[in-house]
Each structure stands twice: as structure tokens, then as C-alpha cells.
Design a protein around this ligand. Structure first.
Ligand code: IFM
Length: 436
């Protein structure tokens, strides 16, 4: 641990999202989201799991706030369920839902923890999906109004507001691969969705700023460097293409006002005059979620990744150096605002034995990724904080409750939270920084 030294102003945090922890899916006036619909379709989620109850966080807010505080973190990143505050995604607001987030924000502040808000972590109101979802430009307009209202309601009490979490996942997993809600498999739709997500981000920043919201505003992107499996032209071309579709498809519009272009790259058919200017609003911060690299082999069958440092329960290669590579690359390619690592985490086969969860691989994952982060900062990348994903085990989308990312183990039968060894390790790391 003593090899990890971060500046005294560095923000240590943990992250969650609404659908993954809240539960209370039909309570407090909440409307249905696309994940309620999707998770209830047989065969879509492992074991037929849904977010109906999840971690029951909605009912356990106060004790969960104490849990967060027990880690000694500076910051907590959470998302607002749009259908909880505006059940149809347009029109009437739900005061009971708004009051829940008031309590969350005020409870964090009372404990000395800075709230970091995400407006969209994939739970689109079903009523908007019924009108075309993100394929429709109107959804971007509704999102900007939602952002304006939330910015006015919470802005003065929170440390940051980010528009979208991982738009690549919404676009590609939800609308091209059909693995996530709403379960569409159509590349043309995916491209339209990606564009309207980016447009909605720009419109939301404009709307919040025009309303006088002075909170730091940004977006969160999942990013990975792309490694060609060999030095062959085919592998290198594949790596370039995958990087363009995964990273540059979002970064270039946001920072260079254009989509990547090339013979192998698709073209989006809904871009209107002025859209790229709208998308490229100045940002106060950029959130990066890093889990693994893109391993690119054009061979049939593909050459396997080396997996020298193992794989997580998700089957994801553990590759901490990729965080360093990625941060240095985007630092070279763009003029960036301050960066936060808004997610980084490990899914392990965690079990409680005699009240303890020994999760050494997670501690190794955190330590090695923080070392890579430290190296990137030493190389000049401006990173101001790190949020571990996740505070506690939760609903891992199409993997249901099978995959455990948390610092706290959750027994879903009893809703008992148990601190894993990694929670104690993280607490110690933060305390060591605090006390110099
Ligand atoms: O659980 C997800 C989260 O919702 C978004 N980023 C990746 C995490 C792990 O898959």
C-alpha cells in the first residue's frame, strides 16, 4: 500500500446506479423503465433475475449511507432513476421520487461525503421507449428538460452532474447486440441512438447552464485501449477499427466535433446541421470507466488474450497497464478537462465464511490499477479522483445477481451487508492518505 501515494486533494469514492441497487420498482410513484420490461422477459437475464428488489436500497437508505461513511470515502457516485422522478419521461414530476434523492443528497452531505450525480444509467422511462426511445430525436429533447429540472433541484448541493453513463453500452449492447434493454439488434438504430445520446448530452449541458446551474458538468465514458494480438497488418487494422468504434466514436464528437471516418467505419444517417457544435459543449470534467483492454485478433479462430494476470468472474482480462496506456493516449489525442476514474472494479467469486469475505484478487486488482493510475498522473494526466465500482454487490444487468463487484457482500435473501477484506483495505488506503 505504501507504494500508492496520491495528492491530498485526490477524491476517493465508490459508485452505484439506481436500477442496480434501489429496488422498490413499483413504489413511490415510480414509472416503469426499459429495464423493468426487459428483465421480466424470460431468458434475457441469468436466472430470470430482475431489479424489482435489488439491494432494497430505497428502503435502506439511512443504513446504506452509514455503510458508505464507514469506508471513509470523500465522494459517492449514484444515478437518478429518471422514471422515479418523471414517470413518463415527460410531463408530470413525481414529488415522492424527487424527495428520495433530496434525502440521499442531504444524507451524504450530513456525513461529509460529496454527492456525484449521474442522470442516465440506462433506465429510460418505458413510455419514451414506446415512442421510439433513443432512436427518436425527441428523447434527446425530453432528456434536456429532465436534466434542467434535476440541475435546478440538486445542483447547489452536489459536487458534479454527469449526463450519461457509458453511452456505448446503451447504443451497442442495447440496440445493436440486443444483450441489454431494450434488446434491439440493428446497427442503423445503434448509430442513431449513439448520436441522440451525444446530442442529448450537449442539449442537457446547454439547458442546465442556461438555467444558471453552476455545478461541474460532464459525461462518463467506458474506455479501453486496443491491443493488436500480433504486429500483422490485419490485427493492427482491427485494433484501429475497434478503438475508433469504442473510444473515438464518443470522444471525437465531444472534443473534435466530428465522428471518426474511414472505409471500414459506419456512417450515422440522422446528423443534422449544428448537431456537432451542440455535442461539443465545454465540459468541466470527463469520467472514465476502465475495466479491461480490447484484445484484437483477426485470425480464425482469434488468438486468445494472454490473461497473464488472470480474469475476473465476468471473464474479463485483468490488465492494469491498459489504464495507463489509455489515459496517456487520450491525453495525447485531445485537450481534456480534469479526469475522474468514475468506475473500476472486479467481479469475484465472493462468499461469506465465518463473517468474513477473503477477496484478495479484488485487492490485487485495486492496488495494481491504482499503481497504473499513479503512473499516468506522474506522466502528466490530470486525474482528480477514483471511484471503485461498486459500493456493494448488485444487479449486474444480463448477469443478474451472479456477479459480485461490491466492497460489501450482499446476501440477497436477508439483505445483510458484510464488509469484504477489500472494504477494509480501501478504508486503510484512504485513511493513510488522509493522515499523511
Ligand atoms: O455494473 C456495471 C455498471 O452498471 C456500468 N459499468 C460497468 C459495471 C460492471 O459491468
Amino acid at each position: 500500500m505504501n507504494t500508492l501515494t496520491f495528492p491530498p486533494t485526490f477524491q476517493w469514492g465508490v459508485a452505484t446506479s439506481a436500477y442496480q441497487i434501489e429496488g422498490a420498482a413499483q413504489e413511490g410513484g415510480r414509472g416503469p423503465s426499459i429495464w423493468d420490461t426487459y428483465s421480466h422477459i424470460p431468458g434475457k437475464v441469468v436466472h430470470g433475475d430482475t431489479g424489482d428488489v435489488a439491494c432494497d436500497h430505497y428502503h435502506r437508505l439511512e443504513t446504506d449511507l452509514d455503510l458508505i461513511q464507514s469506508l471513509g470515502v470523500d465522494a459517492y457516485r449514484f444515478s437518478i432513476a429518471w422514471p422515479r422522478v418523471q414517470p413518463l419521461g415527460q410531463g408530470a414530476w413525481n414529488e415522492e421520487g424527487l424527495a428520495f434523492y433530496d434525502r440521499l443528497v442531504d444524507g451524504l452531505r450530513a456525513r461529509g461525503i460529496a454527492p456525484h450525480v449521474t442522470l442516465y444509467h440506462w433506465d429510460l422511462p418505458q413510455a419514451l421507449q414506446d415512442q421510439g426511445g433513443w432512436e427518436s430525436r425527441d428523447t434527446a429533447v425530453h432528456f434536456a428538460e429532465y436534466a434542467r429540472v434535476m440541475g435546478l433541484r440538486l445542483g447547489e448541493r452536489v459536487a458534479s452532474i454527469c449526463t450519461h453513463n457509458e453511452p456505448w453500452c446503451t447504443a451497442v449492447l442495447g440496440n445493436e447486440q440486443g444483450r441489454f434493454a431494450p434488446g434491439i439488434q440493428d446497427t442503423r438504430v445503434m448509430l442513431r441512438v449513439a448520436h441522440h445520446l451525444l446530442l442529448s448530452h450537449g442539449l442537457a449541458l446547454q439547458a442546465m447552464r442556461a438555467a444558471g446551474v453552476s455545478t461541474p458538468l460532464g459525461i462518463v465514458l467506458n474506455q479501453s485501449p486496443a491491443t493488436p494480438a500480433t504486429n500483422s497488418p490485419a490485427d493492427r487494422a482491427l485494433a484501429e477499427r475497434e478503438y475508433a468504434q469504442f473510444v473515438r466514436w464518443y470522444m471525437d464528437p465531444l472534443f473534435l466535433k466530428q465522428y471518426p471516418q474511414g472505409p471500414d467505419l459506419p456512417v450515422c444517417d440522422v446528423v443534422q446541421a449544428g448537431d456537432m457544435d451542440t455535442i461539443a459543449q465545454p465540459m468541466d470534467f470527463l469520467g472514465i470507466n476502465y475495466y479491461m483492454r480490447l484484445w484484437c485478433s483477426a485470425a480464425t479462430p482469434p488468438l486468445p488474450a494472454p490473461n497473464a494476470m488472470g480474469v475476473s468472474e465476468m471473464g474479463w482480462e485483468v490488465y492494469p497497464h491498459g489504464l495507463y496506456e489509455l489515459l496517456c493516449q487520450i491525453h495525447r489525442d485531445y485537450t481534456l478537462p480534469p479526469i475522474f476514474i468514475t468506475e473500476n472494479g472486479f467481479a469475484g467469486a465472493d462468499t461469506v465464511v465465518d463473517g468474513r469475505v477473503v477477496d484478495t484478487p479484488r485487492i490485487d486488482y485495486m492496488r495494481t490499477h491504482l499503481q497504473a493510475l499513479q503512473a499516468a498522473m506522474a506522466a502528466g494526466v490530470n486525474v482528480q479522483g477514483f471511484f471503485y465500482w461498486s459500493l456493494m454487490d448488485n444487479f449486474e444487468w444480463d448477469s443478474g445477481y451472479d456477479k459480485r463487484f461490491g466492497l460489501f457482500h450482499v446476501d440477497y435473501a436477508t439483505q445483510t451487508r458484510t464488509a469484504k477484506d477489500s472494504a477494509h483495505w480501501y478504508h486503510g488506503l484512504i485513511a493513510a492518505h488522509r493522515h499523511g
